[in-house]
Design a protein around this ligand. Sequence first.
Ligand SMILES: *Cc1c(COP(=O)(O)O)cnc(C)c1O
Ligand code: SF4
Length: 336
Amino acid sequence: MRPRQPPQRITSYLRGLIDAGVEPIKAQYLVDAATTTWDGRVFDDLDPLGEDCKYSPVKGLVHKYNNRVLWKVSYRCAAHCRFCTRIRQIGSVDGDLSDNDIQTALAYIKDHPHVDDVILSGGDPLYTPRVTTRIIEQLSSVDTVKVIRIGTRLPIHSPSSFAAPQLRGLLELVSRIVTTKAIYVQIQFNHPAELTEDTRCVIRQLRSTGAVLLSQTVFLRDVNDNAGILTALFRELFYLSVVPYYIYRCDYVKGLERFVCDFEKERTIMTDITKTLSGIAVPTFIIDVPGRGKIPVPLRFWTNVAAGLCGDFDGKALALMETLQPDARGQQWSPD
Ligand SMILES: *Cc1c(COP(=O)(O)O)cnc(C)c1O
Ligand code: SF4
């Protein structure tokens, strides 16, 4: 079976950047049937992270990690990223939630009071401000929910949308709620070319709501698998008060093969960046392992954890055993 390919969809704003020759934008949005393998490998799973069956208790919710749920507000986005981990769903109306679906999901969250963190995702929650506003209004009165996160790419896809009354209303709601609940906006940025003056204006507008701004990035072959590009991206985000949160290895989703980068190259890049940038500007490198979940990837600082051997930022080797555990001299040390 061929992987489902959502139709190409780009905003007039992205079209402008593509027409101006911005290659990294082109590579992320234009359908490219030319290369469909990862070094000869083809993936066979459209949902390797098990979101649709294994971890979905009710429509719209993915409950995989104990204290937090991901709530897919719709499957719609202003533009279709070709590397989307949910490429199986993007652009489909099947993810639209009825009032009943929203009530069912809310009831699930209330029934699980240890869920204190709700991540609105999709699809792009800011692309459907009406339903997202309804959901946030309802969540704001659930005492057990302490944190609301909004994952979005709309500031990159369509900065002008933020002038629309619906979205302004949603941001006003955020500024009101932010005094009672923590609100984080997680914006996906993959390349410094995405930080145009229009997008920077939106970032300032989002900051003024009082929400904390985080970024997420995906390693994309021939787009950003390069230390210089990512250093520039994270530094600019840091300057804009956006804290780089995660950088993901591209998921092993059928149809995304051409975006998967070399793993050792990714580790080297993140190690180099850790040595270069302020700590706040360095995101955690994560691999979301099929059937297992997110696992942070160790960088090249420790050569032998058990023996306490590592290298410093200059690459000089040192043995830390006695510093770490003076009582364990001569014994095998291992982290628990
Ligand atoms: C990534 C993810 C989360 C959030 O994880 P954090 O590490 O807390 O950012 C929650 N649920 C699902 C299903 C996820 O994939
Ligand atoms: S905006 Fe997010 S959900 Fe939508 S296509 Fe892009 S990566 Fe996927």
